[in-house]
Design a protein around this ligand. Structure first.
Ligand SMILES: [Mg+2]
Length: 198
C-alpha cells in the first residue's frame, strides 16, 4: 500500500482565490487569484506586513474561510486514490490557532478519508509549530506528496518517491526541477501519473 500525503491550501482548496475575494469585498483591495505573482500577499496587495497579517487573521475567522468548499477535482480524485488503495494523510503548515478548525473542516468535507492530519512548521512564520514538512513525510514513510510551495516541494523530493507540484501564478517558471517533482495543473493529472506507475 502506498502512502499519499497532501497539502491543503491551494491543493485541496482554492485558498488564494477565496482570500482575494474576501480582501476585495471587505478591504477594497484590488485582488484576484490570477494576479498573485507571489505567495507573499503583502507584495501583491502592496500593504505592510502588519496590515497583511491583520487582513489574513480576519479572513481566518470569516465564513469565507470556515465554509470554503474543496476543489471539485480534489474531491473526486481523493476518493479515486482511496479506491486505488492509497493510505491518505494531510500535511499543512497552517498556524497553530487555526488547527482545530482545520480538523473540523477536514472531517466535514472528507469524512473518514484521511488516516491522519499532520501540521508542520511554516517557513514564513513562527506561528506554526512542529517539525518541517520533509521531516513529517519521512516519519510517516510517505511515497507521494501534493504541494504548491516550491521550498516544501524541493525538501520533500529527497524523502518521497514523487512530489506533485500544483502550478499557480506564484510558482510558474520554476526552471529545472528534480526529476521526481511532477508539475500538475489539477488532480486529474495526479491520477493519470499514478495510473502510469502502478
Ligand atoms: Mg499550500
Amino acid at each position: 500500500m502506498s502512502i499519499f500525503v497532501t497539502d491543503i491550501d491551494d491543493v485541496l482548496i482554492d485558498f488564494v482565490g477565496s482570500l482575494s475575494t474576501f480582501a476585495e469585498r471587505e478591504y477594497n483591495i484590488s485582488s484576484s487569484y490570477s494576479n498573485h505573482f507571489s505567495s507573499d500577499a503583502s507584495l501583491v496587495w502592496e500593504v505592510s506586513d502588519d496590515r497583511c497579517t491583520e487582513i489574513i487573521d480576519k479572513y481566518f475567522s470569516s465564513k469565507d474561510f470556515l465554509s470554503i468548499l474543496p476543489r471539485v477535482d480534489a474531491l473526486e480524485s481523493i476518493y479515486t486514490l482511496k479506491g486505488m488503495g492509497s493510505e491518505l494523510y494531510t500535511l499543512t503548515s497552517r498556524h497553530d490557532e487555526i488547527r482545530q478548525q482545520t480538523n473540523q473542516w477536514l472531517s466535514k468535507y472528507f469524512p473518514r478519508i484521511f488516516t491522519g492530519n499532520y501540521f508542520s512548521s511554516n517557513i514564513h512564520t513562527p506561528r506554526a509549530s512542529g517539525k518541517t514538512k520533509a521531516e513529517v513525510l519521512e516519519e510517516i514513510g510517505a511515497n507521494f506528496f501534493a504541494e504548491d510551495v516550491i521550498e516544501y516541494a524541493l525538501d520533500a523530493s529527497y524523502v518521497v518517491d514523487y512530489v506533485y507540484m500544483f502550478i499557480h501564478p506564484w510558482n510558474r517558471n520554476l526552471g529545472s526541477l528534480p526529476g521526481n517533482i511532477i508539475e500538475v495543473n489539477n488532480w486529474y493529472q495526479v491520477i493519470d501519473h499514478q495510473r502510469s506507475i502502478f
